[in-house]
Design a protein around this ligand. Structure first.
Ligand code: G3P
Length: 217
């Protein structure tokens, strides 16, 4: 399973990259706004800055919702850097645009996916990635990881090449369960990635080893 970081924060992207386990980055308009990035030029430059840190897919989301607007924005984003993947919402014009981008050699990430039916449409249109939002499904009292299992099973039995990118990850346990479910990619906040490190027995064991190591001198 590939690890992407779900943030537009350059320091966090660098920290995950320096850990040596980072395969890519996902962003969205909310994450860009959180970093205070404003205006077309600043947004474009920020994507280039991210691409210069991470040598892997970097999802940049279109802001338009009509076919022509999505195409215009997506083409500009894709031209910024070879790492850019155009992130497109799961709406009717979005599906049409994904098909157009696929036919024209531009990689896409279909976002805001909450059902297996939507995931089938994204794959039929040729999306490179599909992003089911599992944390938000959990918030609405369903099991987000079950959706990952269902999509993985459908894609495998139908031979779809779209990669299942588990998004809206909230906890380290989400990452473990998505790996079990066969997700191709997990995009996570830095806190969830670092949470994977933690176990109290590791801390206790290390404390004891260090104490005993001192007695060896
Ligand atoms: O990748 C999608 C993600 O950014 C949404 O996460 O926590 O806002 O549901 P969240």
């Amino acid at each position: 399973m590939k690890f992407f970081i779900d943030t537009a924060n350059l320091a966090q992207i660098k920290e995950a990259h320096d850990l040596g386990i980072l395969d890519g980055v996902t962003t969205n308009p909310s994450l860009m706004a959180k970093e205070g990035i404003k205006g077309h030029d600043a947004i474009m430059q920020h994507y280039i800055d991210i691409c210069n840190i991470v040598d892997g897919p970097v999802s940049a989301e279109v802001l338009g919702t009509d076919f022509a607007g999505i195409l215009e924005e997506g083409k500009k984003l894709a031209a910024l850097h070879e790492n850019i993947v155009v992130k497109v919402p799961m709406i009717k014009d979005g599906v049409k645009a994904i098909k157009w981008f696929t036919d024209n050699g531009i990689r896409t990430n279909c976002t805001l996916v909450f059902s297996a039916g939507q995931a089938i449409l994204a794959a039929k249109a040729g999306a490179s990635f599909v992003s089911p939002f599992i944390g938000r499904i959990d918030d609405s009292n369903w099991d987000g990881v079950q959706l990952i299992e269902q999509i993985v099973s459908i894609y495998n039995s139908q031979g779809f090449m779209t990669e299942v990118l588990a998004a809206s990850i909230r906890t380290p346990m989400h990452i473990v369960r998505c790996a079990e479910a066969g997700a191709d990619v997990c995009t996570c906040p830095l806190s969830s990635i670092l949470g994977l490190l933690k176990h109290p027995l590791t801390d206790l064991g290390l404390e004891q080893f260090l104490k005993d190591a001192n007695s060896l001198h």
